[in-house]
Design a binder for this molecule. Structure first.
Ligand SMILES: [Zn+2]
Length: 342
């Protein structure tokens, strides 16, 4: 397993190493260096690109898999990241980038589709993401053309053109990648990339490692079940949608967050507590061990779960829309909270 530090991060490496030594022993959960973007060869021809998340959130983590005749990219990322990712691929191989798999429709995972299509790639996603690409995805892209004009201005929105219903398998005898849908998790159309030979899972945002959960499109009860199905794969290496690479414990930790969040909020609702009170008093200590953040700082997650548990009869589709920015800009609710902690 080798790792390459890119760009600015390379120049900052000594400081980063010190920072990561300090934070690696923070609690029981590894916190490496959010300041760096790294490319790691996880298995022969299988690469994980971990994106910088601090001080600037640059986009999603990605994968690329070098087959005999072509390259499959896992997640297109923001348009502004594509050149750097393609350069990283070109350091490994001259083979054509034939396929891009969007784990879901969010702009930080899919808005670079157009550039990959220009390179000759076919964009692939799960069929339940199609209506989301056609509605919220398209709206978000148009918004980003205004808000991030320098990055998006000249680009056209490009959706996937190949959709699968349960599983799509890429197998040339050397590499095997299975794209699998397990159910509604982070969005209604999440899928993951499973490499059974190496027991590597690229999870998209169905599993993240750190304070990166956005629940605006989520069904957290179903999400917990999806994480259970991911655990059943027998994962050795988990390449999350955001945050550091890890093992199966990352899936268990992600599941624990939603399980405890739901049970704590359910108990508070049963005690007759208001949403405001819950936001002030919620305490899930392991979350800070994992992420460095207080659970009560995750306002968006708390509001969403409160609403799910307060209106269980309503479907996700009929719920009142959330007042949160669409996840196309930098403002994904992923930044560290500015509010003072209690
Ligand atoms: Zn997302």
């Amino acid at each position: 397993m080798r790792s390459r530090h890119t760009g600015l991060a390379a120049a900052l490496l000594p400081a980063i190493l010190l920072a990561s030594v300090g934070s690696a022993f923070f609690g029981r959960f590894a916190q490496a260096a959010p300041e760096e973007t790294t490319v790691t060869e996880v298995a022969p021809g299988v690469f994980f690109r971990k994106a910088q998340t601090q001080p600037v959130f640059t986009g999603c983590n990605q994968g690329f898999v070098v087959f005999r005749d072509y390259v499959l990219v896992i997640d297109a990322n923001f348009p502004g990241q594509v050149d750097e990712v393609v350069a990283a691929i070109r350091e490994q191989t001259d083979k054509p980038i034939k396929f891009v798999f969007d784990t879901h429709y969010h702009g930080d995972h899919a808005d670079g589709n157009v550039q990959y299509k220009k390179l000759g790639a076919t964009i692939v996603a799960h069929e339940r993401s199609q209506p989301l690409f056609e509605s919220k995805g398209a709206d978000g892209f148009e918004g980003a053309k205004k808000n991030r004009a320098a990055e998006y201005g000249s680009l056209d929105y490009e959706m996937p053109s190949v959709y699968f219903s349960h599983k799509l398998i890429f197998d040339d005898g050397d590499q095997r990648v299975e794209l699998i849908f397990f159910g509604h998790a982070h969005t209604a159309g999440d899928a993951v990339a499973w490499l059974p030979k190496h027991k590597i899972l690229f999870s998209g945002d169905a599993c993240v490692n750190g304070a990166f959960n956005y629940t605006g499109d989520a069904d957290t009860a179903s999400w917990i079940a999806v994480l259970g199905a991911m655990e059943d794969l027998g994962v050795k290496t988990l390449c999350p949608g955001h945050g550091e690479m890890g093992g199966a414990e990352v899936i268990a930790t992600q599941k624990r967050w939603f399980s405890e969040l739901r049970s704590e909020i359910k108990a508070a609702i049963d005690r007759g507590e208001s949403l405001d009170t819950i936001k002030e008093t919620l305490d899930i200590p392991f979350y800070k061990e994992w992420t460095g953040e207080e659970a009560r700082s995750r306002t968006e997650n708390i509001e969403h779960v409160f609403e799910e548990l307060s209106a269980p009869a309503k479907s996700a589709r009929t719920r009142r829309p959330h007042q949160h920015p669409h996840p196309h800009g930098n403002d994904l609710g992923l930044a560290r909270p500015a509010a003072p902690r209690r």
